[in-house]
Design a protein around this ligand. Structure first.
Ligand code: C2E
Ligand code: CA
Ligand code: CA
Length: 802
């Protein structure tokens, strides 16, 4: 079998193939023209590091030869050799330095290359003189030295390997000179040595060609890869914004078979360590952050694609680069050989850590409030969705709390917005300290917060609300000033209060409304009745709007009487609304609703106009009283409206009483006081209504000069059987007398009440004892029924005896 193989001559074929491969290896592939310049530059650059190292041994050898061969040859020859070698070495060093520094311009590399070649030739020729001049006359010791120097220098010429022709320029003269010297010396030993020299010399030259080929191949592949990289980045979207990308390639087993140096740099590991590693193993040194379901989807996708031979694009995985976590986006497609067998993957990886971080920061900003750092309403929507999912999956209840600061506006107005901002931060810090692990606090906007308490029970939420209210009870310190705000909370428990985000938020808001109405600084749980009441309120408001538009609200007038003479002093205007299908609605209710719905300016303006229109026909000495809500006093426009209205119906300003309640003192901005003052300046009288019902403080009376005080009907009703009410009535009448202002007792229903009030010195009275509020067209009838006064013919006097 073996003999057949030999006889068949196939070995000749093999040898030929081998020789051809060898020759091919020696003759490098031609360099594509567009890379020639760049390859020359790179070759010179790598030579510039080797040449100084390679020429130093020559310089040293020249010095040793100069010193140790004292008895050999002429001194001038040795000095000349030393000078030539040292000068050319210096020249080579300078050229190398220049090459490393200034390889710019089209021809520069070629000029440098010619210089290096020339200097190498100078060195080769200079050294070539050494054996020719000294070998024949030298002792055997010296001959060994000369031979060693020559042999060493032939080998040193490999330092010039990257500069084509330079190794030859140095080695060939030396080889030739050495060969000639050996032949000339004669004798079998030297002749044999000359053969060995030729073989070794030839080997050095072959090696230098091969090494140059390899180095040029390497340079070429690096240049091509860089070019690919640039193209890739351009394709990825502009050189500037494109992330760094690296090409990778694996074999059929998933092992990295081509590792670009840049990829190794990116992984901060040597190429050798990475090459041959399974790609997924390399990326497996990742910190895997399992998501909520315990899976890492991108990683799994990558695995699936790699094992299934499926192309993938932009799969982001986390990579551990020497302890630092980076996010890499991987794109790859499978490769197939000529037989269409799967042969691996090729693709690129790019570091998208920066982009991802920027994305995450943007997402954080989108979901968090800039002032407090708390999640915002967008985050609430997501959290609620997930809580509702959990509720659906595992029936885990949760609480949704709607929180609102009491009197925050006062702080904002008094100390400014920056103080308000500081307060909000402090409040959120205190609240956070009250929360449990599964609670999420959200800033909804302004001074409104929402708290999502997952896995909570009624009692746990009750306790949480108590903690939150209590934590705000301790005053805050803003700019060294103590600031007090309260916290009101409305609570909706899911699923009892609702099973959608909207219904739950609405329920919590309704409960909050209740807490606010209870005076604030407290919490309320949502009850289903709230919703019905809200619906009723909504319907009521709709009808009220309609009534205001259609002007179907009517006015009644109730006489105000002198407590002693019982003469009519004037009429108070009281609004009436008969709601279609529902009957009369108490003005207490619809006026409040109009205030809350922002309808009061329109409604109040209309009432004033109608009242003045009615009063223009009354006897001139009768006064007109109109109730005014605080909501009408916020804008100075009101003063103009009043003046215009009086002018329109020819009513003197001094005939008009505007009745306001103590709620006006709750207006922190004090704007309404300016309006009241302007009204007073107009000549209109300002009356303090319902004195004693609300927050009555004597301070109020000091702060503004009222023309009249009206004692709330509640005290008048109770004064006959309740000592405290009697005392208050007594005190108010005494106070008014002291201040010299009129006092009207409201709600007088009995003669006994009137008698008691008279005794105490009350100046005016109003109530059913005299008349109920009557429609406008009844006013004249009412007056006609009264007996004319004995004192002044103009007066209309009630006769209670009748
Ligand atoms: P107010 O200003 O204190 O009005 C007096 C209230 O006492 C009126 O109730 C009146 O009908 C009632 N009243 C009069 N005499 C007696 C009596 O002898 N016994 C009893 N028990 N009550 C008597 P009304 O009309 O229900 O009005 C309630 C409140 O609604 C008013 O209290 C006033 O604050 C407000 N209001 C009524 N009309 C207007 C209006 O046009 N504008 C504004 N802003 N508020 C109004
Ligand atoms: Ca009144
Ligand atoms: Ca009143």
């Amino acid at each position: 079998m073996k003999r057949n193989w030999i006889r068949s001559g196939r070995w000749i074929h093999l040898v030929l193939v081998w020789v051809r491969a060898g020759l091919d290896a020696l003759v490098p592939e031609p360099i594509p023209p567009r890379y020639r310049q760049a390859v020359a530059v790179e070759a010179l650059r790598s030579a510039s590091y080797l040449i100084p190292a390679g020429s130093l041994p020559g310089a040293m050898a020249a010095l040793i030869a100069f010193l140790s061969m004292r008895d050999l040859g002429h001194f001038a020859f040795r000095l000349g050799l030393l000078s030539v070698i040292w000068c050319s070495t210096l020249g080579l060093m300078v050229v190398s330095l220049l090459v490393a520094q200034t390889l710019r311009g089209r021809d520069a590399p070629f000029r440098y290359r010619a210089t290096v070649r020339l200097l190498a030739l100078v060195q080769g020729c200079a050294w070539g003189t050494l054996p020719i001049a000294l070998f024949a006359a030298a002792s055997s010791d010296m001959r060994v030295m000369v031979a060693c120097i020559c042999a060493g220098l032939i080998a040193t010429s490999l330092a010039f390997v990257s500069v084509s022709g330079a190794t030859e320029a140095m080695a060939v003269p030396l080889i030739v000179a050495s060969y000639v010297t050996l032949i000339r010396t004669g004798g079998p030993t030297f002749v044999h040595l000359s053969y060995i020299l030729v073989v070794y010399g030839g080997f050095i030259l072959l090696m230098s060609w091969r090494m140059r080929g390899v180095s040029i191949d390497y340079i070429l592949s690096r240049l091509m890869q860089q070019e690919q990289q640039t193209t890739l980045q351009m394709l990825l979207g502009g050189e500037e914004q494109a992330p760094l990308s690296w090409i990778w390639e694996t074999d059929a087993e998933g092992r990295l078979c081509f590792v670009a140096p840049d990829l190794a740099v990116a992984l901060r590991r040597p190429v050798a360590e990475i090459e041959g590693q399974v790609l997924s193993d390399l990326l497996r040194s990742v910190h895997e952050h399992p998501d909520e379901d315990g899976l890492t989807p991108s990683w799994d996708r990558l695995q699936e694609c790699l094992s299934g031979g499926v192309a993938f694009r932009g799969v982001v995985v986390e990579v551990d680069v020497r302890g630092a976590v980076q996010h890499w986006s991987l794109t790859g497609r499978p490769l197939f050989d000529a037989q269409l067998h799967f042969s691996g993957f090729k693709g690129f990886a790019s570091d998208v850590t920066g982009q991802l971080l920027a994305q995450r920061q943007a997402a954080f900003r989108a979901h968090h409030d800039a002032l407090t750092g708390l999640p915002n309403r967008h985050a609430l929507a997501e959290a609620l969705r997930s809580a509702l999912n959990e509720l659906g999956r595992s029936a885990t209840p949760f609480g949704l709390l709607s929180l609102d600061l009491d009197h925050f506006k006062v702080v904002n107005d008094r100390l400014g917005h920056r103080a308000g901002d500081m307060l909000l931060r402090e409040v959120s810090q205190r609240m956070l300290a009250c929360l449990g692990e599964r609670d999420m606090l959200i800033r909804f906007g302004g001074d409104e917060f929402v708290l999502l308490s997952r896995g909570a029970s009624v009692s746990s939420v009750d306790m949480l609300a108590r903690r939150l209210v209590q934590t705000c009870e301790t005053p805050f310190t803003i700019w060294d000033e103590p600031v007090s705000v309260g916290m009101s909370i409305g609570i909706a428990m899911a699923p009892a209060a609702g099973d959608t985000a909207e219904t739950l938020i609405e329920a919590a808001d309704l409960a909050l409304y209740r807490a606010k109405h209870a005076g604030g600084q407290t919490w309320r749980f949502f009850e289903n009745a709230f919703r019905r009441q809200v619906e009723q309120r909504r319907d009521l408001l709709r009808d009220l709007r309609q009534a205001v538009t259609d002007q179907t609200i009517t006015l009644t007038f109730q006489p105000v009487v002198d407590a002693h003479t019982l003469a009519v002093k004037g009429f108070e205007t009281l609004a009436r609304w008969r709601r279609p299908g529902h009957g009369l609605v108490s003005p207490d209710r619809f006026i409040k609703l109009a205030e809350e719905a922002g309808l009061i300016e329109e409604l109040g303006g209309w009432i004033l106009d109608r009242a003045c229109a009615a009063a223009q026909f009354w006897p001139q000495h009768l006064r007109l009283a109109v109730n005014v809500s605080v909501g009408q006093l916020y804008s100075t426009r009101f003063v103009g409206e009043v003046a215009a209205c009086l002018a329109r119906y020819g009513i003197a300003a001094s005939r008009l009483d505007l009745e306001i309640t103590e709620t006006v003192f709750m207006d922190a901005e004090g704007a309404s006081f300016g309006v009241l003052q302007a009204l007073r300046d107009l000549g209109v009288k300002i009356v303090l209504d319902d004195f004693g019902r609300g927050f009555s403080s004597l301070g109020f009376l000091k702060g503004f000069e009222f023309s009249k005080i009206k004692i709330d009907s509640g005290f008048v009703r109770d004064m006959m059987h309740d000592q405290r009410s009697a005392s208050i009535v007594h005190a108010v009448i005494a106070l008014a007398a002291e201040m010299g202002i009129v006092v009207t007792a409201e709600g007088v229903e009995t003669v006994a009440q009137l008698t008691a009030l008279r005794r105490q010195g009350c100046t005016q009275a109003q109530g059913y004892l005299f008349s109920e509020p009557v429609p406008v067209d009844h006013v004249s009838t009412l007056l006609a029924r009264l007996r004319p006064s004995m004192l002044g013919a103009k007066d209309y006097v009630f006769d209670l005896a009748q």
